[in-house]
Design a protein around this ligand. Structure first.
Ligand code: AHR
Length: 511
């Protein structure tokens, strides 16, 4: 048994829980759109071709904002291809994913789907092959009420009311040599500034995200953010971060501690943005949009060489791409990523798990078949539903686990929120130990604990090991009741099973 002491104080507040922290991502990649959210011939499809079995799971999971249409895809995409009569839309080669894009699904379809899914749209523009003109035209098409060529074209195409898209990404991963239209930070910074200016001339109310580094291991990391923000500081509201993690060579301890790297990445970008702020004598702060994050087995496991296989089999419509099957271990790691994002919620205002369906996703489907929840569905779904009000600072004294990559890590990873209006404190806890349960004591300062209203745990079911996963046939990894959680006026006590993730909610009153 290991142990951990956590102290929460009603006066030690990080900030409000950002509504957009529980975002997701739909890219025209693999089977995320086609046979994922959209499959006209599916038995559950509605009259627009949207799978309602998937929509039901999206409602249950609760993303608040969804980024669209890419990803690498957007850097070669003409938004005009996806509007107008479907039978007249061009079939195109998508070089990013070596895929035949039919354009049967485009902007209007996504807007309609987003309404049904009850999510805000975060629209990415193409700053790879295109530029200022296409960017401002898309804003006019989407957001201008009417009386101009492009806004009237939208109305002719069936949308009388403007789409009113508030949140826009100025391209995708343009620091990456793999990106169509890869740029130096100087080139991108200049282009992003001009695109932003022209987009805001059309609609001054939009919010803009500048492209940051594709991961913290990029050779240009740091320099990219500094140069880009020096150009574009006054024009944008956010800088993006992307990061994917996986277990390497059976080193579970390091993998389970990956959130330490995420913490470090976030804090480095905050420092860089604030350095540009100081240097440029700017008043406002640039906040962070962690608009792609997840576990992704880029090497090994079931995704091995997928990209090569796709290239060998020629240009196909919606091939299977990176359909990772997530394990119990992956679910605990996803829980720690959500904790890291929430702990930094004063500056990370947007975060998008990549992606929503099939492509490294919490929801999986089969064509003409079922839809199901992966193990990683649960930490996201519960945090999106339960994290409300204020983020509380967590003071943690925990036993530690040595890791090869990140030094010593706390056995227990935690984040916490306080919903003053409803008198509730929520704790999101991960136990990184593969072998030992943890005795967790939570002290409440300035708050009086009353009763436990939720105690749920995600752990491997009896007889299964840490590699257990969910499939179309059986969802073996699912939340169960966590017994033995007690609450007193002074705090909460519980025992957290080895390799588990848990959510505890207690009612509290202020003292
Ligand atoms: O989410 C999958 C891909 O990962 C995205 O298209 C790209 O932006 C990132 O490299």
């Amino acid at each position: 048994m290991t142990s951990c002491r956590i102290t929460l104080d009603r006066d030690f507040i990080v900030g409000d829980v950002p509504h957009r922290l529980f975002g997701s991502f739909v890219e025209h990649m693999g089977r995320c759109v086609y046979t994922g959210i959209y499959e006209p011939g599916h038995p559950t499809a509605n009259e627009s071709g949207f799978r309602t079995d998937v929509l039901d799971l999206v409602h249950e999971m609760g993303p608040t904002v969804v980024r669209y249409p890419g990803g690498n895809f957007v850097s070669g995409y003409n938004w005009e291809d996806g509007v107008g009569p479907v039978d007249q839309r061009p079939r195109r080669l998508d070089g990013a994913w070596h895929t035949l894009e039919t354009n049967e699904f485009g902007l209007h379809e996504f807007m309609e789907w987003s309404k049904l899914a009850n999510v805000e749209v975060m629209q990415a523009i193409n700053l790879g092959t295109r530029g200022v003109d296409a960017a401002r035209e898309l804003v006019e098409y989407a957001n201008h009420p009417g009386g101009t060529y492009l806004s009237d074209l939208r109305r002719k195409n069936g949308a009388d009311d403007p789409f009113d898209i508030r949140l826009w990404c100025l391209g995708n991963e343009l620091d990456g040599p793999w990106q169509i239209g890869h740029k130096t930070p100087e080139e991108y910074g200049r282009l992003a500034k001009e695109a932003a200016k022209a987009m805001r001339y059309v609609d001054p109310t939009i919010e803009l995200v500048a492209v940051g580094s594709s991961n913290s291991g990029m050779p240009t990391f740091g320099e990219w953010e500094h140069t880009v923000l020096t150009h574009v500081y006054e024009e944008v509201d956010f800088i993006s971060l992307h990061a994917y993690y996986q277990e390497h060579d059976g080193d579970a301890a390091s993998f389970l501690a990956s959130a330490l790297d995420m913490d470090h990445f976030i804090e480095s970008v905050i420092s860089t943005a604030d350095a540009v702020r100081a240097r440029g004598r700017h008043n406002k702060h640039i906040n962070l949009s962690f608009d792609e994050w997840n576990v992704w087995y880029q090497r090994g496991r079931n995704t091995e060489d997928q990209e090569h296989r796709v290239k060998e089999s020629g240009w196909r419509e919606h091939p299977r791409l990176i359909e990772d099957e997530y394990t119990m271990t992956d679910a605990v790691v996803v829980g720690t990523f959500l904790n890291s994002l929430l702990r930094h919620g004063d500056r990370v205002h947007i975060a998008n798990q990549a992606q929503l369906v099939n492509v490294i996703a919490p929801i999986r489907t089969e064509e003409n078949g079922p839809a199901w929840r992966q193990a990683t569905f649960w930490p996201f779904a519960r945090m999106a539903a339960v994290a409300r009000g204020k983020i509380l600072r967590t003071a943690v004294t925990s036993d530690r686990i040595p890791t090869a990559h990140y030094g010593d890590a706390d056995v227990i990873d935690v984040s916490a929120t306080w919903d003053e209006e409803n008198g509730r404190v929520a704790l999101f806890l991960a136990n990184r130990s593969l072998d030992d349960a943890a005795d967790v004591q939570v002290a409440l300062h300035g708050l009086r604990g009353d009763r436990v209203v939720r105690a749920e745990v995600l752990e491997a079911p009896d007889g299964a090991d840490r590699h257990v996963s969910n499939t179309a046939k059986a969802e073996r990894v699912s939340l169960t009741h966590l017994a033995g959680v007690s609450v007193s006026e002074a705090g909460v006590a519980l025992s957290l099973p080895a390799l588990s993730w848990a959510v505890i909610e207690v009612t509290v009153s202020s003292v």
